[in-house]
Design a protein around this ligand. Structure first.
Ligand SMILES: N[C@@H](CCC(=O)N[C@@H](CS)C(=O)NCC(=O)O)C(=O)O
Length: 229
């Protein structure tokens, strides 16, 4: 009998999106339950030892940590998204870790308290994209086959669709292959469907609430737009 799969989620969480993308790529039916992370329900804390999303409920067994969830789905369901060769698989896992480090940089970018810190963080991100430029094959990370690495970077690039509406931070300057990779990922149905249609508005609202240098830029541009309207 097939297991009943439930993905305990948050609307904006990029780690949740990894699991959602894999579930769709593998054609696994599942239910998604979004929770409010600023007011975690008791039932969630009971199944999430770290209090974080995502949690994958397989029947009644909770699995936490996105990397573990993705490896579980990869082991149990086809098509395989990791390469067969152990060395190549390890290399892909390394670049997945690199993707998580970019997510940390993105958080320190949108939380930066002042303009100098904001520019410094944007340069850190730009440097990481330049490193990626050396290894991306195109159209996807390692050629024509969509892999787990692609599932990790789809949610990373999604942030830049919003950041690009705020200012030109030059994140992808000199990273042409990464830019083209980003475009291919943004057209992939599993990546599009990993968030709800109101994701951009939700992200904008979240960014405004940071009370950071970026929040200030967003409110300034909203003030200018309302003056021009
Ligand atoms: N290492 C974790 C990171 C998950 C994570 O940071 N989730 C965030 C939302 S995107 C969260 O639940 N934060 C709530 C909290 O830390 O209290 C994973 O890969 O699953």
């Amino acid at each position: 009998m097939n297991s009943k799969i439930t993905l305990i989620s948050h609307h904006l969480c990029p780690y949740v999106q990894r699991a959602a993308i894999l579930l769709e790529e593998k054609g696994i039916p599942y239910e998604r339950v979004n929770i409010d992370l600023s007011n975690k329900p008791d039932w969630f804390l009971a199944i999430s030892p770290l209090g974080k999303t995502p949690v994958l409920l397989v029947d009644s067994t909770p699995i936490f940590e996105s990397a573990v969830i993705c490896e579980y789905l990869e082991e149990v369901y086809t098509p395989r998204l990791h390469p067969d060769s152990p060395l190549e698989k390890a290399r892909h896992r390394s670049w997945i870790e690199f993707g998580s480090s970019i997510l940390n940089d993105i958080a320190s970018f949108y939380n930066a308290a002042d303009k100098n810190a904001l520019i410094n963080r944007s340069e850190m991100i730009q440097a990481k994209f330049r490193q990626l430029e050396q290894v991306v094959e195109g159209p996807f990370f390692s050629g024509r086959q969509f892999t787990l690495v692609d599932a990790v970077y789809g949610p990373v690039f999604r942030y830049f669709d919003t950041f690009d509406t705020i200012d030109n931070f030059g994140f992808l300057t000199g990273a042409f292959k990464v830019d083209s990779w980003r475009l291919h990922l943004s057209a992939r149905p599993s990546i599009i469907n990993a968030v709800s249609e109101d994701y951009p508005e939700r992200l904008q609202h979240f960014l405004l609430q940071r009370k950071s240098a970026l929040s200030e830029m967003i409110s300034k541009s909203a003030r200018v737009e309302s003056c021009l309207a």
